[in-house]
Design a protein around this ligand. Structure first.
Ligand SMILES: Nc1ncnc2c1ncn2[C@@H]1O[C@H](COP(=O)(O)OP(=O)(O)OP(=O)(O)O)[C@@H](O)[C@H]1O
Ligand SMILES: [Mg+2]
Length: 433
């Protein structure tokens, strides 16, 4: 068997490109891998410079080849750095598309003349399949990463929207409930309240009548009558009843007045009452409201004012906005149990006017921040807070298409800012001549 022929046959069957070069870059031999892809047989290219055969890649090839001759060591070219050294096409098994072949190349010293390399061999490996898998995977993971980021952003947006929706749904639900409850409660409260007043009057008359009888009996000087009277009064614990009756009645009247107030708030909360829209000066409103809240503020709070000059009037429902101010002022006063400072500020920002009410109270616990505007959320003891103040304020400000903002540093106070568009909400403008 002719071994040289066998070698050559083997070379040509290998899925590798083999090319022998001398130190002048001349091709000594290349196998069918090269011939098939260049259309030039080994015999035709023999003696030709590889650099001239592949002029586009000449610089890169020369550098690699030189390094083998100079360093007498193998050199490598990997597809990740230099994907297509030889401009061979390759059929991609994945998509069947014709593309450029991705190659790994080894530059090996094969013949030596003394110390120096005489001949080198280029071994070209077609790694298109591997590379395309790798690239597809890279693309996929980049796409996945991008989709993941997009999903995350979407998710964040969704949860924000859901929070807002939840908040406004809660408000709307409570609004409806409040409207219903306010309506239902209003009538009985009306007659209970008026009956209580009448009852107070009747009770006073009855007590006067018993006083009169007492006097008449004592005037008769009849011991039997007097003893009977004493016995009956003792049996019925009349002294206690006489003292307790007016107190019970005035407590009940106080109670019903509080309920009336709550119902009024609930009605305002559910927008049952339609207040009047007009241009109003917010600072004037704030100052007027301050007078109403004065007795809650005057002994313990030092008030500081910082109002910008020439603030435009704002198209609003002044009574409602004053209600908001009142809630903020009362909250601040209630927060500052002992002495404290109240900072009132008003300024213009773009097409809006902002009013800030800041106190130096204990501030708001972070876990309460989210719930402040929830109806019936209160941290105050039963009887002293209904938890409607801020939710009512929120709904009023929202109706004005404004914003209400809260900042708090626990331990050093809270600030509430309302921001109202000067022109009022679009719907109000069109509704008013
Ligand atoms: N300036 C403030 N400083 C500290 N906490 C505050 C302040 N304003 C509001 N809060 C907190 O927010 C809660 C809700 O306030 P909101 O005005 O809605 O209800 P309330 O004051 O408790 O009751 P209401 O106003 O109906 O009498 C309060 O109970 C309190 O915990
Ligand atoms: Mg309040």
């Amino acid at each position: 068997m002719d071994l040289t022929l066998l070698h050559e046959q083997l070379h040509n069957r290998l899925p590798l490109g083999i090319c022998l070069l001398n130190a002048e870059y001349q091709v000594l031999y290349w196998n069918d891998f090269f011939s098939d892809r260049t259309g030039q047989s080994s015999a035709t290219v023999q003696g030709k410079s590889l650099l001239e055969l592949f002029p586009q890649q000449a610089r890169y090839l020369k550098k690699k080849i030189d390094s083998v001759f100079v360093l007498s060591n193998a050199s490598f070219s990997y597809w990740e750095h230099q994907p297509h050294v030889f401009p061979f096409s390759s059929s991609r098994p994945i998509t069947g598309e014709e593309t450029l072949m991705y190659q790994n190349i080894e530059f090996l010293p094969v013949e030596w003349a003394g110390e120096s390399v005489h001949t080198i061999c280029l071994v070209v490996q077609d790694v298109t399949e591997l590379a395309s898998y790798f690239l597809a995977e890279q693309q996929l993971s980049a796409r996945l990463e991008q989709e993941h980021a997009e999903l995350k952003a979407l998710n964040d947006k969704l949860s924000m929207a859901q929070n807002q929706l939840l908040q406004s749904e809660k408000m709307a639900a409570v609004g409806q409930l409040a409207a219903g409850v306010a309506h239902e409660i209003n009538n009985p409260i009306g007659f209970i309240s008026s009956n209580l007043q009448t009852l107070q009057d009747y009770a006073a008359r009855l007590l006067k009548l018993t006083d009169f009888y007492e006097k008449v009996i004592s005037k008769t000087g009849n011991d039997a009558y007097l003893a009977m009277q004493r016995d009956t009064q003792q049996r019925l614990q009349f002294d206690f009843v006489r003292q307790d009756l007016p107190e019970l009645l005035s407590e009940s009247i106080d109670g019903i007045e509080r309920v009336t107030d709550i119902v009024k708030n609930l009605k305002a909360f559910s927008h049952v009452d339609n207040a009047h829209w007009q241009y109003a000066n917010l600072v004037e409103g704030l100052e007027n409201t301050l007078k109403i809240a004065a007795n809650q503020l005057k002994y313990k709070v030092e008030i500081h004012r910082d109002y910008a000059a020439d603030l435009p009037e704002v198209y609003c429902q002044p009574n409602q906005i004053n209600q908001v101010f009142l809630n903020l002022l009362v909250n601040a006063a209630q927060a500052m149990e002992h002495k404290g400072h109240l900072y009132l500020r008003a300024w213009q920002q773009g097409q809006s006017v902002c009013v800030e009410v800041r106190d130096t109270g204990p501030g708001i616990a972070p876990e309460h921040m989210k719930r402040l505007f929830e109806p019936f959320f209160t941290t105050k003891p039963v009887g002293s807070g209904t938890g409607l103040g801020l939710s009512l304020s929120y709904s009023i400000v929202q109706k004005h298409q404004g914003e209400i903002d809260v900042h708090s540093v626990p331990g050093s106070g809270a600030s509430f800012t309302i921001m109202l568009p000067v022109a009022g909400p679009a719907s109000a403008a069109s509704a008013v001549p």
